[in-house]
Design a protein around this ligand. Structure first.
Ligand SMILES: *Cc1c(COP(=O)(O)O)cnc(C)c1O
Length: 639
């Protein structure tokens, strides 16, 4: 950071710029005048902001420890409303004759709270559900009670799945079976005859359009799911022979998740519309075009077609789809269908925030400037000190090379027993002073040699964060997904440290070392110095989609506490639902330990220790209290 910036007052605008919160926060997240992150759910007639640190403090008062996953149910409502209002306005603008129906794909976040919240708020829009497995259909039926909403069944279907879906049809649900494989049709026809219930059938089309992004495999000929054109023709023939073309009412495709480029979305709609038109001309009833998911989230706030972003808004998405459908179907003189989307990520990503505390930091040693140097220094170390003293902008590269050379020499001599432990430590300390000084000089240099550009990372602090990447941010670890991370308070103070985050798993992959910054992706995160006796909290934002059940039990950390929040008109927040995270006993029992038996064994161990004279019976009582308390407790780091 340049010297001038430290001297000026650091403002919240500086923090907004540094962490790019306005770019990825969609007006849901911002910074208050006193430097707190605020949450503004933007539901109808409500433009009320609540401070995130205040919520955290209230949650701690209620007895919950960090980490905690906060869910803002109002944001979920807002996202659903926004999607429907955007489609409604595009439909009106272009005079589209069909309707729009959204469905939520349960797999994106299967938690009961989520499905319950979506079906209850979504009812006014007839927002439905998408089930990709038998369990999801069973879950869907228990919450969806709106017969005008769609219930889309994707995934492989066995007899039980099909029977359940058919009964749903009989009860009046718009429950579609989408054929993923040609073979599924026979079973559907067989069960439908057996139960004497007419099915609603859709086909999943394997697009030839592909798109950029992580999840491109869902489109294109290599895609695992869906039917080719010739397989769709086969389905038509079979249905025709059963006089059931009236049952074929839907065409579906799914280009993949997080499609960053609007052109790919448009191209796939156009392609699918030709297939749709063809099916109508073949005599299928049709009426529904289900364009799957793919609506992306701008995680890095760059508004580009990069992997973690998107180059369009929700409004543009809706307009492009309506336009593309009308363009193709009008030219084919086909009636406008009901458009269905299966947006998962965009619906739920924004509403969850993971908050954790930093429980320790490994600051890079600034060098104890005033520490006196010993009298008779080995020559090598005296040379290092000389290098340090003569360093300037012009000889920076030379000094860097010298520093590396001397450091290696010091290590070598130590190995050979030629210098002492203290001399070795002194050598290390001076080495880092040189590196630090090079780093300070680099701030004033226009051109930075490539070799030196990694110094920032080497000089970064390690902040130890109370959460598990594997449990709470599996995509960050598995596919290098970028989530916005930033402090949730002190944003009116200058962040003076460059840091990377280590989680508490002590696994070398348990870290975050790629961050959103103004230039795209950075290797360090600017953070504040930790104050003695004061908690420091960070938030990871936009984590509502795909993270919760993909997480694993690495290092036996388990589910975090989850607290759902609603913000009322008077600006107060209410804790509306809470789920206590796993206890140590819970996570151990997932891997087949039996806590009751463990206590019994521990008692025996302690009894033996009494017999052998290591502890007293009173000690045993204390040991057992601790042990049982440990079992009941939260597996994360307790302050
Ligand atoms: C995963 C999935 C979705 C959800 O996609 P998003 O990009 O999260 O909206 C929708 N439909 C199908 C068939 C899926 O497999």
């Amino acid at each position: 950071m340049s010297q001038s910036k430290t001297l000026q007052r650091w403002t919240i605008e500086d923090s907004e710029d540094l962490y790019q919160i306005r770019e990825w926060g969609l007006s849901y997240f911002g910074i208050s005048d006193n430097g707190d992150v605020t949450v503004t759910p933007l539901t109808k007639n409500k433009n009320i902001s609540v401070s995130l640190p205040e919520i955290i403090s209230g949650i701690k008062d209620r007895g919950y420890d960090m980490p905690v996953l906060l869910r803002f149910e109002d944001i979920l409502d807002s996202q659903i409303a926004k999607m429907h209002e955007s489609f409604r306005s595009a439909i009106d603008q272009f005079g589209y004759k069909g309707d729009f129906k959204g469905v939520y794909p349960i797999k994106v976040n299967q938690q009961k709270q989520v499905v319950e919240a979506i079906t209850s708020f979504g009812k006014q829009y007839h927002h439905g559900l998408e089930a990709g497995s038998k369990s999801e259909l069973i879950a869907a039926l228990s919450f969806l009670n709106d017969l005008d909403a769609c219930l889309i069944c994707n995934g492989y279907k066995d007899t039980d799945f099909i029977d359940l879906g058919l009964y749903a049809c009989k009860m009046g649900y718009k429950c579609f079976f989408v054929l993923e494989m040609p073979g599924e049709l026979d079973l559907i026809l067989e069960r439908s005859k057996e139960l004497n219930i007419k099915p609603l059938i859709g086909v999943r089309y394997k697009l030839s359009t592909t798109a950029g992004g992580h999840w491109t495999e869902s489109g294109g000929d290599r895609s695992l799911f869906g039917l080719t054109i010739s397989q769709i023709i086969e389905v038509l023939e079979i249905l025709k022979s059963h006089h059931m073309l009236d049952c074929l009412q839907l065409l579906h495709y799914h280009l993949g998740s997080q499609i960053p480029n609007i052109r790919d979305i448009r191209a796939s709609v156009q392609e699918a519309c030709r297939v749709y038109a063809g099916l109508v001309k073949e005599g299928a009833a049709m009426g529904h075009l289900d364009i799957g998911g793919g609506l992306a989230v701008d995680y890095d706030g760059s508004h580009t077609n990069y992997m973690n972003s998107r180059n369009y808004t929700v409004n543009e998405y809706c307009v492009d789809i309506i336009e593309a459908v009308m363009e193709i179907l009008d030219s084919e003189e086909i009636d406008h269908p009901t458009i269905i989307t299966e947006s998962g990520r965009a619906t739920v990503a924004y509403y969850s925030v993971l908050v954790f505390n930093i429980f320790d930091a490994n600051m890079i040693d600034d060098g104890d400037k005033d520490a006196p140097l010993p009298e008779d220094l080995p020559e090598l170390i005296a040379n290092m000190i000389e290098t340090y003293k003569t360093l300037n902008v012009r000889n920076i590269q030379e000094c860097y090379n010298d520093a590396l050379y001397y450091r290696d020499q010091v290590r070598q001599m130590f190995k050979l027993g030629d210098i002492s432990l203290r001399e070795r430590a002194l050598g290390d300390r001076i080495f880092w002073k040189i590196i630090q000084s090079i780093n300070d000089h680099m701030d004033t240099m226009k051109y930075i040699p490539k070799e030196l550009s990694d110094i920032k990372v080497a000089l970064s602090d390690i902040y130890y964060a109370n959460f598990s990447v594997f449990q709470s941010l599996p995509d960050s670890w598995a596919i290098g997904h970028l989530f916005p991370v930033m402090p949730i308070h002190r944003l009116n103070e200058v962040p003076t440290r460059n840091a990377i985050l280590a989680d508490i798993t002590c696994d070398c992959d348990g870290k975050i070392d790629r961050f959103i910054d103004r230039q795209g992706v950075g290797n360090v995160l600017r953070l504040h110095e930790i104050k003695e006796g004061e908690d420091y909290y960070l938030g990871v934002f936009l984590v509502g989609a795909y993270q919760e059940t993909l997480g694993d039990l690495h290092n036996l950390l388990g589910d975090t506490n989850v607290v759902s929040i609603r913000i009322s008109d008077d600006g107060m927040y209410n804790v509306v639902r809470e789920i206590e995270g796993d206890s140590v006993a819970d996570v151990l029992s997932y891997v087949e330990y039996n806590p009751k038996r463990m206590i019994k064994r521990m008692r025996q161990t302690a009894e033996r220790a009494i017999r052998e004279g290591f502890i007293t019976p009173q000690d045993r009582r204390e040991v057992m209290l601790k042990y049982e308390e440990g079992l009941r407790g939260y597996p994360y780091f307790k302050n």
